[in-house]
Design a protein around this ligand. Structure first.
Ligand code: C2E
Ligand code: MG
Ligand code: MG
Ligand code: MG
Length: 294
């Protein structure tokens, strides 16, 4: 429409803007209340499986917000808001508590939980006392650190590589694992990677999505990242695996782990326990037999 009105038309005011701004404000208020009360926040868990035999290797914890009136809101819609408003810091602490409580509960139930990955947003990562907090919480929950890993995106370390490496080294020294999330979508150079004390690369879903399709580049990218990971001694995960064909191609490229709706959607802790953890001994066949997902 702006085009029709000509190039020099300024549109300073649109009623939609007002509505958007108001929605944002009230969403921020709602989120603040939610973070303060801790009510309505739930972690769901998505399995990461061996691409070779389908056995359960790890899981990613993903946040769900049960909004009092709007139903479940996707983290893609409120994590950026939490990040901008600073709410991500108390929210992030709450997320760590929820996951650590869950791990502790699984151990108390006599289960043998897999390592759980927690997403860290930039502001959380750069908290002065992040590593101290993690150490304190691990002790309080009596958890072995290898059960915890953290996912961060390339942009988190942007322009602050040296300081970032220090934080990562502290996390590594604690005994936690680190994954680079959404790998391939950021701006980091490849040489950058060799200095980072990380364990895992997660190939972004956008490359997996077009795998086997007309966009031939994605296959080359997946192959390159898998090769890079192998050379650097890193585990490579493909996220967003939705089809048998993608799974097959990822296996051909020797990607180590797969995560996606094909084998497992993110599910509640209870369902994850039943469907995945309590069956760990016989997961290989069970995982690939793939009963319907909720
Ligand atoms: P992410 O860390 O890259 O998480 C993977 C996202 O891909 C999740 O979306 C997951 O549900 C989705 N996914 C997994 N497999 C498939 C698939 O086969 N097909 C499709 N279409 N999607 C798939 P989700 O849970 O909506 O989270 C979106 C993003 O929000 C996450 O991306 C992460 O950046 C952020 N996020 C989620 N939970 C947290 C959290 O606890 N803390 C922080 N800081 N960020 C979080
Ligand atoms: Mg992630
Ligand atoms: Mg990801
Ligand atoms: Mg992603």
């Amino acid at each position: 429409r702006a085009k029709q009105e000509g190039r020099n038309t300024y549109r300073l005011y649109r009623p939609e803007m007002d509505i958007q701004a108001r929605n944002h404000l009230s969403l921020e208020t709602d989120l603040r209340n939610t973070v303060e009360s801790g009510q309505g926040l739930e972690m769901v868990y998505q399995p990461l499986l061996s691409s070779q035999d389908g056995s359960l290797v790890s899981a990613e914890a993903l946040l769900r917000w049960h909004h009092p009136t709007q139903g479940v809101i996707s983290p893609a819609n409120f994590i950026p808001l939490a990040e901008r408003s600073g709410l991500i810091v108390p929210l992030g602490n709450h997320i760590i508590d929820l996951v650590f409580n869950q791990l502790q509960a699984w151990i108390a139930q006599g289960l043998d939980p897999v390592p759980i990955a927690i997403n860290l947003s930039a502001r959380q990562f750069w908290q002065e006392d992040l590593t101290e907090q993690i150490v304190t919480k691990l002790k309080a929950h009596d958890l072995p650190p290898h059960l915890v890993s953290f996912e961060l995106t390339e942009s988190t370390l942007l322009n602050k590589k040296a300081q970032g490496i220090e934080v990562l080294e502290r996390l590594r020294d604690i005994g936690c694992h680190i994954a680079i999330d959404d790998f391939g979508t950021g701006y980091s150079s490849l040489s950058y990677l060799q200095d980072l004390p990380v364990n895992t690369l997660k190939i972004d879903r956008s490359f997996v999505k077009t795998l086997g399709g007309d966009k031939r580049g994605s296959s080359a990218i997946v192959a390159a990242v898998a090769g890079l990971g192998r050379e650097l001694g890193l585990k490579v995960v493909a996220e967003g695996v939705e089809t048998e064909q993608q799974w097959q191609l990822l296996g051909d490229h020797q990607v180590d782990l797969i995560q996606g709706f094909l084998h497992g959607k993110p599910v509640s802790a209870d369902f994850f326990t039943q469907r995945w953890l309590s069956k760990r001994e016989n997961t290989p066949s069970a995982a690939l037999g793939c009963p319907p997902q909720p």
